[in-house]
Design a protein around this ligand. Structure first.
Ligand code: PEP
Length: 253
């Protein structure tokens, strides 16, 4: 059974005081962490204070990015060693905005994934590509080549630990309605891609999230789909009431 995972991506919003205040407002109203996992990815400078504020509430604290190198002359970068020491639970890697605006390519994201796994900070690997046709053993398959490039060299043991997020470019940050059928199709194709390249058992266990214009009105329909194990939410996660409605989607009418 794959535990649902609701992730807020705050991007470049909220200062430390606002981030901590948010945690204080939500931490006693979160779902049972044995049933639903909930996490927030704030700006890097708020990670520590949020971790402290979250206490034993079960709220996961997630970094938005990290460098592949553990230390050295990389001005302005964020070290995975530092993130691990701080108790960061997950790190998002390869988000579409990192790719589009900061030129991250598959090779760079691949190195970061390897480093995160080595450092023991679980990567949430974001893939935004549309599917491509590929002939595998004489049959046409639809695959996410971008994802396979990012997973290059990742072993059977390592892949079990990652979370994948499908965030198609037509849906991220645009405020249109998320297309539930297309979201499911994308997540299902990712699961099949993992099964083809690793094993069915692993594909069955790995968590695949959907991101792109998720909000309190569409989260239930998305989460009802068999291959969508969670959501990654941008804009709609910035407001306490909306966030709590999504985190507690199982209880909402
Ligand atoms: C995101 O940027 O990860 C995202 C899903 O944004 P939004 O929910 O605003 O589309």
């Amino acid at each position: 059974m794959r535990k649902p995972f609701i992730v807020a991506n705050w991007k470049m919003h909220k200062n430390v005081a606002e981030s901590v205040d948010f945690v204080n407002q939500i931490k006693d109203k979160l779902p049972d962490p044995d049933k639903v996992e909930v996490g927030i990815s704030p700006q890097a400078f708020a990670l520590h204070s949020m971790k402290q504020a979250a206490g034993d509430s079960g709220l996961r604290i997630i970094a938005q990015n990290a460098a592949a190198e553990f230390s050295g002359p990389f001005t302005g970068e964020l070290s995975l060693r530092g993130l691990r020491d701080l108790g960061t639970d997950y790190v998002m890697l390869g988000h579409i905005e990192r790719r589009r605006m900061f030129g991250e390519n598959n090779a760079a994201v691949n190195k970061k994934v390897e480093s995160a796994l080595q450092m023991g900070v679980t990567p949430i690997i974001c893939t935004d590509e549309t599917m491509v046709q590929k002939v595998v053993n004489g049959e046409i398959h639809y695959v996410f080549q971008q994802l396979m490039d990012v997973l290059h060299g990742i072993s059977l043991d390592q892949i079990k630990k990652v979370v994948i997020s499908y965030e198609p470019s037509w849906a991220v940050g645009v405020g249109q309605h998320a297309n539930v059928a297309l979201a499911e199709e994308g997540c299902r194709t990712i699961r099949r891609t993992i099964a083809d390249n690793y094993t069915y058992e692993i594909a069955d266990k790995i968590r695949i999230l959907y991101g792109g214009s998720v909000n309190p009105d569409n989260i239930k329909a998305l989460m009802a789909k068999p291959d969508i194990d969670g959501v990654l939410v941008g804009r709609a996660s910035l407001d306490v009431d909306n966030f709590l409605k999504m985190a507690n989607y199982l209880d909402e009418d």
